[in-house]
Design a protein around this ligand. Structure first.
Ligand SMILES: NC(=O)c1ccc[n+]([C@@H]2O[C@H](COP(=O)([O-])OP(=O)(O)OC[C@H]3O[C@@H](n4cnc5c(N)ncnc54)[C@H](OP(=O)(O)O)[C@@H]3O)[C@@H](O)[C@H]2O)c1
Ligand code: SF4
Ligand code: SF4
Length: 376
């Protein structure tokens, strides 16, 4: 296992951090059905050198913290740092924040949390956390030793990221990042901004939730033609670890073979490890993925709301993801929501309001029907 210094904190962490969101299934809402298996996976990772474990209050129907707490008995707690999170929805005032943290400490069977994160925030959620006194609460808990570091995980635009990052003296930040997301969410600019401030960056969705683990034909052909043979998973992690600003790459594993494979990969990767030919390969790989794009919808939502309730950007995003990453629409939470909310393209009456509003001038009406046919 390679270990990295976490920016200004100066402490060491394993480059591979175990995510506890995906045990026994790819969807975050899955319930743990095999506790012993999850405990065994966590201990396998720690025995292999992992020192950073990530969970959250809400993961796996609120059972992830409980299972992690059990896995960290028998001396395992002292060998790792724990990251867990406070969800905005669960807290409205100081008393609720105190109760939530106490509950998390109880579930994790520990007297302190190393990295305590405001969960999945953007500018709006950060303003909410400020309005209920969360920064003062985090500072107080740090003084009392109940948390060691005050942190946030982020989902939003780069502009929001810059605002939130510069608005407080954060100890660490967790962002979604991988070779397809260089211009999405915090993106490369966000990674570099955090790095320039010495704030350690922990990566989530390094494999896009597993979607980058199986390459489509045109991408696999590029990997196959490269003189050194590596799996798509190894290329994705290698690309991430090449970045000096990255401290920890989280991956949620469901099988012992995946943990073993990731332990092997993270034994070989360090900042600056890729040469020019490898970086060029990954640029070509990104372009090959993007060449599979069905429609250039940017998700700006200027076309919304549709007067007939059609989820226009949602349908286009699924259509693109099916083509790029081979997702199964019927298994995807977005498709389930569209179906539940009766927001499919079959509701479109062709009024044209969306096309008039679309800055990309997309032929939305025609393409919605094409997308809907392929998604069903
Ligand atoms: N704070 C937040 O808002 C937030 C959001 C997302 C994630 N997270 C955290 O970040 C962690 C990491 O994110 P992630 O789980 O999305 O990571 P990821 O690495 O992008 O995806 C994990 C999935 O990749 C596949 N995988 C992993 N190792 C593999 C291997 N060696 N070979 C083949 N497939 C492999 C598995 O998919 P299959 O199941 O298909 O086998 C696994 O479920 C999460 O577990 C969670 O703790 C936080
Ligand atoms: S054309 Fe169809 S999708 Fe577009 S706004 Fe009208 S009903 Fe909605
Ligand atoms: S306005 Fe156009 S680009 Fe923006 S979300 Fe709607 S279809 Fe996509």
């Amino acid at each position: 296992m390679k270990y990295r210094t976490m920016g200004k904190l100066g402490i060491q962490a394993s480059a591979f951090g175990l995510g506890c969101m995906r045990f026994n299934g790819p969807a975050s809402g899955d319930t743990i059905i095999d506790e012993q298996k999850a405990i065994s996976l966590i201990r396998q990772a720690i025995d292999g050198g992992v020192t950073y474990i990530d969970t959250a209050y809400i993961y796996l129907d609120k059972t992830s913290e409980i299972v992690l707490g059990k896995a960290l008995q028998d001396g395992y707690r002292d060998r790792v740092t724990i990251a867990t999170k406070m969800p905005m929805e669960a807290v409205h005032n100081r008393a609720e924040m105190e109760a939530l943290l106490a509950e998390e400490l109880g579930k994790l069977q520990t007297d302190h949390i190393d990295f305590y994160l405001m969960h999945g925030i953007n500018k709006e959620k950060w303003e909410y956390f400020k309005s209920i006194g969360a920064p003062e609460f985090f500072d107080d808990m740090k003084r009392e030793g109940k948390i060691r570091f005050k942190c946030f995980s982020f989902h939003g635009s780069y502009e929001d990221f810059e605002y939130v990052l510069n608005d407080w003296d954060w100890d660490m930040v967790q962002i979604q990042y991988n070779f397809m997301d260089i211009n999405n969410q915090a993106g490369t600019k966000g990674l570099e901004l955090a790095g320039s401030k010495g704030i350690p960056v922990v990566i989530m969705e390094g494999l896009l939730g597993g979607r980058l683990s199986k390459a489509p034909e045109n991408v696999q052909a590029l990997y196959d033609a490269f003189p050194v043979k590596r799996s798509p998973v190894e290329w994705a992690f290698r690309w991430l670890c090449d970045h000096p600003q990255v401290s920890v790459v989280l991956s949620g594993c469901n099988e012992p073979e995946q943990i073993a494979e990731n332990l092997r990969i993270f034994d070989t990767v360090e900042p600056g490890i890729m040469d020019e030919a490898e970086r060029k390969l990954m640029e070509d790989v990104r372009a090959a993925y993007l060449s599979r794009t069905k429609i250039g919808c940017t998700g700006c939502r200027y076309c919304m709301p549709c007067p007939n309730g059609v989820s226009i950007p949602g349908i286009f995003s699924l259509w693109n993801d099916k083509s790029l990453y081979g997702i199964e629409p019927a298994q995807d939470w977005r498709m389930k929501r569209i179906t539940a909310e009766d927001a499919g393209a079959d509701r479109c009456v062709g009024c044209g309001a969306c096309e008039a509003a679309c800055p990309q001038h997309l032929p939305i009406i025609e393409q919605l029907q094409n997308a809907w046919t392929e998604l069903n």
